[in-house]
Design a protein around this ligand. Structure first.
Ligand SMILES: Cc1cc2nc3c(=O)[nH]c(=O)nc-3n(C[C@H](O)[C@H](O)[C@H](O)COP(=O)(O)O)c2cc1C
Length: 170
């Protein structure tokens, strides 16, 4: 599947075939794709937690209300960021954008490998991010939780080209 196809084939999957595992080389391709994302000043302010453990996946559903399919899926990849990576940047900094770019790369790589995914938002919900960081024992801030597994549904594509959202300046 090339990049044009992968972008259009991706959709959020909320039903997975239970009891499936993902080979380590595929997990590493997803992590490599994540770390190929651009980041402000090449700060690479990310960390990734691969949650295969079934009990932890169940516990995550207790603190994140919108990831109920996680126990059936093969794993979650939690993308975490370091706000202190670029200390001189004003406001919230660029780390959420950097981590979002890494998140999207994981979704597209997983799609290319034939897996289903769902991006579940964590940051900026401070309670959700704090609880997840505690459960996973990480110092970095969880920005997103990506469910990855073998899809058990085939929803219609929701993305489309909307010309009304585009202004051409010629
Ligand atoms: C920042 C962000 C947070 C999201 N959080 C959740 C979530 O918590 N649970 C969920 O099931 N889907 C979540 N989604 C997925 C969106 O609902 C989904 O992308 C959107 O409905 C479009 O559908 P598609 O992904 O199939 O194109 C999230 C997506 C983004 C970008």
């Amino acid at each position: 599947m090339d990049i044009t196809q992968a972008i259009r084939a991706r959709r959020s999957i909320r039903k997975y075939k239970a009891g499936q595992t993902i080979p380590r080389e595929h997990v590493e391709l997803m992590l490599e794709a994540a770390m190929c994302a651009p980041s402000a000043c090449n700060s690479r302010p990310w960390e990734f937690v691969v949650v295969e453990n079934a009990e932890l996946r169940r516990q995550i559903t207790q603190l994140h209300p919108y990831c109920r399919s996680l126990p059936d899926a093969a794993m979650a990849i939690v993308v975490c960021g370091h706000p202190e990576a670029l200390p001189d940047v004003t406001g919230d900094g660029f780390w959420p954008q950097d981590c979002a770019a890494a998140t999207e790369n994981i979704l597209l790589q997983a799609t290319g490998l034939g897996y289903g995914t769902c991006w579940c938002g964590v940051y900026p919900d401070q309670a959700r991010a704090g609880a997840l960081a505690k459960l996973l024992d990480v110092e970095a801030v969880p920005l997103s939780l990506i469910i990855v597994g073998v899809p058990n549904e085939n929803p219609d594509r929701r993305g489309f080209l909307d010309p009304t959202r585009v202004k051409y300046l010629r």
